[in-house]
Every structure is written in C-alpha cells, then in structure tokens.
Design a protein around this ligand. Structure first.
Ligand SMILES: Cc1cc2nc3c(=O)[nH]c(=O)nc-3n(C[C@H](O)[C@H](O)[C@H](O)COP(=O)(O)OP(=O)(O)OC[C@H]3O[C@@H](n4cnc5c(N)ncnc54)[C@H](O)[C@@H]3O)c2cc1C
Ligand SMILES: *[C@@H]1O[C@H](CO)[C@@H](O)[C@H](O)[C@H]1NC(C)=O
Ligand SMILES: *[C@@H]1O[C@H](CO)[C@@H](O)[C@H](O)[C@H]1NC(C)=O
Ligand SMILES: *[C@@H]1O[C@H](CO)[C@@H](O)[C@H](O)[C@H]1NC(C)=O
Length: 503
C-alpha cells in the first residue's frame, strides 16, 4: 500500500493533468475576487483600511509581513467559500490562528491573502460528554476563561496568548503533559476545510488516518475551523513557581534536570518543570526553572519530587510563586504578559536523550556562542532550555491513538530563544541560532544521544521538522496528503509553514 506514494507522485498527476492551471492569479486580483465573493460583509481588508493595521499584528514583529489583503471569516462556511475560490483561481494564501509562530511567512504572507481565523473563536462545553468545542482562531486565555465556570479545563498553552490552531496541530506542550500527553492527543475531533472547500469532520473512527496526520501535520491538510477537545478536571488549585538559582548552582541544577528527565516526571505526573537559563546584556547568567503543580502546593512543604529544589540540595534557591493555589488561566495569563509580546524573537530546537554530561556540553556551547558583540545589541536577551518528555506522557498519547511525531521513548526537547530590539539585527540573531543548532546536533551525535525530533512548534526559520517524524509517519502523511489534497493546494498555494517532504 505504501508503495503507492512514489507511483502517484511519479504519475504526473499533479504536474501533468493540472498543468493548465498552475499559474498563480495575481494577489490583487485574488483580493478583488474575494471582495466580490464577500461583497458587503466587511470581511476583506486592504492595507488602506483602518482594520488592516490592528489585524496585521503578531506576537513578535520579527514574524510580521504585509499581505495583499486580510480575510476574516466568521464561520466555517466562509472559510470554505474562500478556499474554493483560492483552489479554482490558484490564489496564494496563509492561515493564522494566534500568530505566535516565530517565523515570518509561516502564519503570514507578502503577496497573497492572509486568512485570519480570530473571529472563529466560540467556546462551548457539553457537560454530558465532557467535551469542549473550540473555534480554531481562539486564544487559550479565552478557552480557559470560558471553561472556568464548569470546573474543567483543556490542555493548551503555558502562555495563554497562544492560538489554538498552530499549537494543537504542532503537538502542544502543556502543564498537564505528564498526565495527559501532547495536547494534540486530547483532540476528540476536528472540523476541517479541505482543498476545494469541502468540509469534513475527522475523528478516531471517521477519516481516522487524516485525523492522525493532523496531529503534527500543521497546515498541510486544510484549514481547521473547530477542535472538539477532551477536558480535564480543574477543581483542584493550580500552582506555578519561578525558581531562580545563580550560575554557581548550575551543576546541581543540571543533576536535578537529569533526575527529572529520567523517571522524575513519571513519579509525580502532576508536576511539570522547564529547566532554563538566561543571559542578558550585561552577561549575568541565571538558572530559571519554571515549575508547576496541578494540586495544592506549599513552599515550606512541597511534594517530594520538588523537595531538592527548595531544601538547599540545589544551593541558593529564590522561589517566586507567581500562581498560588489558583487557576491555569491565572498562571498562563501571568506568563503571557512576562514573555514580552511586541519584541523581536527567534527560536530553534533539537532533541536529545537525557545525559548530564551532554546537558553541560550544550549549555557551554550556548554560553560560548553568546559572544560580547551579540550581547551588546540593543535589548539582547537569550534563553536556553531543557523540556523533559517522559514515559507517561508518551503512554497517554499512545492510549489516544497516537500522533505523527514518532516519539516512543523519553526525550528532552532542547530550545533556545533570543530576543533583541532592532530589525537590523535579525540576520545576526538568526545566524547565531543556526550556528548553535548545528553545534548542538553535532555534540548530541558525538555523545550518542541524538534524538531525531525537531519539535514543530519550536521550529526555527531554517529547520524542517516534519521529516524528523520517522519514515513510517512520513509515508502515512504523504499517502494521506495525496488522498486529501491531491492538487497540493496547501503546499503550492500556501508558501509558508513546515511542509511534508515532496509537497
Ligand atoms: C511566548 C511563546 C510561548 C510558547 N509556549 C508554548 C508552550 O507552552 N507549549 C508549546 O507547545 N508551544 C509553545 N509555543 C510555540 C507555539 O505552540 C507555536 O508558536 C504555535 O504555532 C502557536 O500557535 P498559533 O495558533 O498562535 O500559531 P500561528 O502563528 O497562528 O500558526 C502557526 C502555524 O500553524 C498554522 N495554523 C494555525 N492555525 C491553523 C488552522 N486552524 N488550520 C491549519 N493550519 C493552521 C499556520 O498556518 C502556521 O503555519 C510558544 C510560543 C511562544 C511565542
Ligand atoms: C466520529 O464521528 C462520527 C460522525 O459524527 C460518529 O458517528 C462517531 O461516533 C465519531 N467517533 C468517535 C470515536 O467519537
Ligand atoms: C541583567 O540582569 C540583572 C539582574 O536581574 C539586572 O540588574 C540588569 O539590569 C540586567 N541587564 C540588562 C541589560 O538587562
Ligand atoms: C495553598 O493552600 C494551602 C492550604 O490549603 C497552603 O498550605 C499553601 O501554603 C498554599 N500555597 C501557596 C503557594 O500559597
């Protein structure tokens, strides 16, 4: 069955039969056709309109582009009509949910139409089924807030400003991950607009292969307009703590990280830790741990998994409980203010198998590459982090039918995220990240601890995450791509984003 892929691709189906229509229609013509289609509905905005500016904002201005027009559908039917038009006329477009992608052109476009899903943001809860229905253009703050009165929540961003659409289709790391796996595995069903405008619902029994492919498939199969999500109980208090340790505690921090990555997270899956460090413009280095607990938490008497973090085993802790016995909404709203929206950022990732010596090596690479000329740049700040992905996390995902990411044993997702002020420094900052990623990968391979995954949601401008999912997953994704998007509308007409090999 899998051998169909090369046969299909080699048959000339795409390049041959449809060659007559391969030329793109000019973006200005596409925008005026769209304007005609939605005449009088105030959903298509040109750069001259007052609405355009506010609509054309991104979490980081480094990702901002200027679409020829911005389309704001109110519902799935609107999306369907537009995608039908784009398919017929070969109009280029981009899809945006929350606009948190770090990469210019992934949820934006220069010559083309931007579909902004932010008006499709309804959240409803069905207490009979325990499922929440969430519009794909919603942000997590809206979702968490709407579910609060019901005493339930869903797996979503640790920063509540993230959009639902990009986050869920890329995998999704949440505070509940050690109990409930990747957020994408908590999707019950999706409503998706396919190429040509057809609307279907995919779940574990209906279009089940497509459903699996979407979990890691980003924008490659269609525009998702609605996610139906499993909910989790939120009646217990939620706690989140920012822990700071000086540079002199680094070895103990890394030893604790190793313990947490090798069984620690499984021993208390209500816990969640990100092990990060930062360097600012004046070269002050700090270890910054973000710890969360889904339950009552007491600094003087923490859960056993957290004791070494507070009792001096890691010297000189400075705890700051930023969400004390409160809600996931409170904790994630707090972080969304702290994570400096409106600043230039870039991102990059590799994955490794836990190894304390490799942790040190990677951190030393990051420190060495953070050179004084970079630190002198206006607004310079850099972060480096280890995100443990444990066995219970993986097991839960498997229990829900799995996803496309190809993770079957614990890994550590490593990321680095610098920020700076001036557009004129973009090139230097991106090459700084690219240089580090190359060195990280080489060091991990040298140590025999290299793990394939480039986690899509942390993927950098020059990274290619989907090919890292493993051969079996890639073949399944290719087969279903050929089946559900045979004209490759979401490859050909959507220039940005992470693609499936061959599409
Ligand atoms: C400050 C910050 C904190 C973060 N924290 C976390 C975290 O805790 N956990 C985590 O896992 N990740 C995190 N991320 C990464 C985040 O998951 C990605 O940036 C993700 O893409 C954000 O989703 P979005 O909807 O805002 O993205 P967008 O920028 O809107 O879209 C990203 C990609 O997805 C596609 N897409 C979006 N919606 C749809 C749709 N409905 N149908 C089809 N394709 C679509 C877009 O075309 C684009 O290619 C964080 C990022 C930032 C900047
Ligand atoms: C998937 O959707 C179909 C149609 O709505 C429904 O009959 C089926 O029960 C759903 N499957 C699951 C696992 O919910
Ligand atoms: C670096 O961090 C220290 C400690 O928080 C702070 O005092 C200093 O002002 C920071 N420097 C810059 C340039 O941000
Ligand atoms: C949370 O509440 C408990 C009492 O139920 C208390 O012991 C604990 O100190 C509180 N935690 C924080 C961080 O305030």
């Amino acid at each position: 069955m899998l051998s169909h892929v090369p046969v299909l691709l080699g048959s000339g189906l795409i390049a041959g039969s449809y060659a007559f229509s391969l030329q793109f229609t000019s973006p200005t013509t596409c925008c005026s056709l769209l304007g005609t289609e939605f005449n009088g509905e105030s959903k298509v905005f040109s750069p001259q309109s007052a609405e355009y500016g506010p609509l054309n904002t991104y979490w980081t201005p480094a990702a901002q582009q200027s679409p020829t027009c911005i389309f704001t559908p109110a519902n799935t039917q609107d999306v369907s009509r537009a995608v039908k038009l784009f398919t017929r006329k070969n109009c280029q477009f981009a899809i945006r949910s929350g606009g948190h992608s770090y990469n210019p052109g992934w949820a934006g476009i220069i010559n083309g139409v931007l579909i902004s899903l932010s008006d499709i943001d309804d959240v409803t809860y069905d207490s009979q089924t325990g499922l929440a229905s969430v519009g794909a253009g919603s942000r997590w703050t809206n979702v968490y807030g709407a579910l609060l009165p019901y005493g339930v929540t869903v797996l979503g961003g640790r920063n509540s400003d993230l959009g639902v659409g990009g986050y869920l289709t890329g995998g999704g790391i949440s505070y509940y991950a050690n109990e409930r796996g990747w957020a994408t595995d908590n999707i019950h069903s999706v409503e998706i607009v396919l190429a040509g405008g057809r609307i279907i619902t995919a779940n574990r029994t209906q279009h089940s292969e497509l459903f699996r492919c979407i979990k890691g498939g980003s924008s490659n199969y269609g525009v998702i307009t609605k996610f139906v999500l499993e909910t989790v109980d939120a009646s217990t208090p939620f706690n989140a703590v920012s822990m700071r340790y000086p540079a002199s505690s680094t070895n103990e921090v890394l030893a604790a990280a190793y313990n947490y990555c090798t069984g620690g997270s499984d021993s208390d899956p209500k816990s969640h830790v990100i092990f990060s460090a930062s360097i600012n413009g004046t070269q002050e280095y700090f270890n910054n741990l973000l710890m969360a607990y889904n339950g009552v938490f007491d600094v003087a008497n923490p859960a056993p998994i957290f004791e070494p973090y507070f009792d001096g085993t890691i010297p000189n802790p400075t705890p700051f409980v930023f969400a004390a016995n409160t809600t996931i909404k409170y904790a994630t709203d707090w972080l969304s203010v702290r994570q400096a929206p409106g600043t230039r950022y870039t991102m990059g990732t590799v994955s490794i198998y836990a190894d304390v010596e490799l942790f040190k090596t990677l951190r030393n690479i990051w420190i060495a590459e953070t050179t004084p000329d970079l630190q002198a740049k206006s607004g310079f700040f850099t972060e480096f982090a280890f995100q443990p992905v444990g066995q219970k996390w993986i097991d839960f995902s498997a229990s829900r039918g799995d996803n496309s990411l190809g993770i079957t044993s614990p890994i550590v997702v490593v990321w680095t995220q610098p920020r700076w002020n001036s557009a004129s420094d973009d090139v230097d900052m991106v090459s700084y990240v690219n240089r580090m990623l190359g060195l990280f990968e080489q060091a991990a391979k040298d140590a025999g601890k290299f793990a394939n995954l480039k986690y899509l949601n942390y993927g950098g401008r020059n990274q290619d995450p989907i090919p890292t999912y493993g051969q079996q997953n890639i073949l399944r994704m290719q087969l279903n791509k050929a089946r559900y998007d045979p004209l490759n509308v979401f490859g050909r007409l959507v220039p940005g984003g992470f693609k499936i090999p061959g599409f």
